[in-house]
Design a binder for this molecule. Structure first.
Ligand code: AMP
Ligand code: MG
Length: 316
């Protein structure tokens, strides 16, 4: 991992606490929770017994490592980095099915959100000092316009099992959706291995299976109020298979000339969105992850229409 443990703690420990997981009907947890750091964030599993939690954790660790090799923008050898390096060239880069699934969902999100969700914002994010860039100062309008010209999703070409970005300088960043997808892949693998009752959390992207108690339906998750990180504002019930994700800006931001800029970009302006933090419940973690990022940008009316189209629900 490229980031130091210190920076992981600085940037990611707080979002992890966005979601406190309480197994059962609001009572203290009888489940065992194990957590570790991965992908620059904190992952956790919860199961009825320690032995189960250890096994589920091992499966998740294997899956998350595989997914990181595909989607990490910090790993120069990842599939995403290879596609980005080949941008503007002649040859499409062969990509695995996982990559295609996530990019296709990202493009669907892009369409349904009228462009608010955009997987090609890496050049704009770098201008604002994100994605490992050490760029300082507020970018000028001309720089923003130049970077924004590299974010047209029609310039993503598929060729058989290959992917090509048509213009040099274009770059994918699937960070708004890939963690959710990693949770879904791990969820399927854990089920396949025969486990019924478990919770998987990757940086606040949470999906649950089964009922931890016989006397209630599903899991009760205590979600931190994204507007006030110190308060647990609401508990939500997740039925077996459901997922929740949260997007907020207070955990990852830059201070430039004394002003705070968050890490979610409004593609219409090429500037950090002055958005509204939100939590979204959906049928899988990839959709919840993508929707929470898109909803951060969209106004209420457009946000509701987008949620409806995915039969998802806003919790904040
Ligand atoms: P999340 O924490 O899931 O809301 O994802 C935020 C991350 O998504 C940011 O750190 C960027 O890497 C990326 N991102 C920023 N703005 C957008 C956007 N408008 N559409 C898609 N991805 C974005
Ligand atoms: Mg997201």
């Amino acid at each position: 991992m490229r980031k130091s443990v210190k920076s992981v703690i600085r940037f990611w420990l707080r979002p992890f606490f966005l979601a406190l997981c309480i197994a059962g009907c609001g009572r203290s947890s009888p489940t065992v929770r194990l957590q570790w750091t991965v992908m620059g964030t904190i992952a956790a599993v919860q199961c009825p017994t320690r032995a189960e939690a250890e096994s589920v954790k091992a499966i998740c660790q294997r899956i998350f490592a595989e997914q990181e090799r595909i989607f990490s923008v910090w790993d120069a050898g990842s599939v995403v980095s290879s596609v980005n390096q080949a941008a503007g060239g002649d040859a499409a880069v062969p990509v695995p099915d996982h990559f295609r699934t996530v990019l296709e969902c990202a493009l669907e999100m892009h369409r349904r959100s009228e462009g608010a969700f955009n997987p090609l914002l890496a050049p704009v994010l770098r201008l604002w000092g994100f994605l490992g860039s050490n760029r300082k100062g507020v970018p000028g309008d001309d720089e923003i316009a130049k970077a924004s010209a590299l974010t047209d999703c029609r310039d993503i070409k598929f060729d058989g099992n290959g992917c090509l970005l048509a213009k040099k300088g274009m770059a994918l960043d699937l960070g708004a959706i890939a963690k959710g997808y990693a949770v879904d892949v791990a969820f399927d693998a854990v089920k396949q291995a025969g486990f019924e009752i478990f919770l998987i959390d990757l940086g606040g992207n949470i999906r649950v299976s089964g009922n931890p108690h016989s006397d209630c339906d599903g899991w009760v998750i205590g979600v931190r109020d994204p507007h006030s990180p110190r308060a647990v504002a609401k508990t939500v019930r997740l039925s077996s298979g459901e997922a929740v994700a949260t997007s907020a800006d207070y955990e990852r931001f830059r201070i430039i000339d004394g002003k705070r800029y968050g890490h979610i970009i409004d593609p219409r302006s090429g500037r950090p969105a002055l958005g509204r933090a939100c939590s979204v419940k959906a049928d899988n973690a990839m959709v919840a992850d993508g929707l929470s990022t898109a909803l951060y940008i969209l106004d209420d009316e457009k946000g509701e229409a987008l949620l409806e189209s995915f039969t998802a629900k806003r919790l904040y």
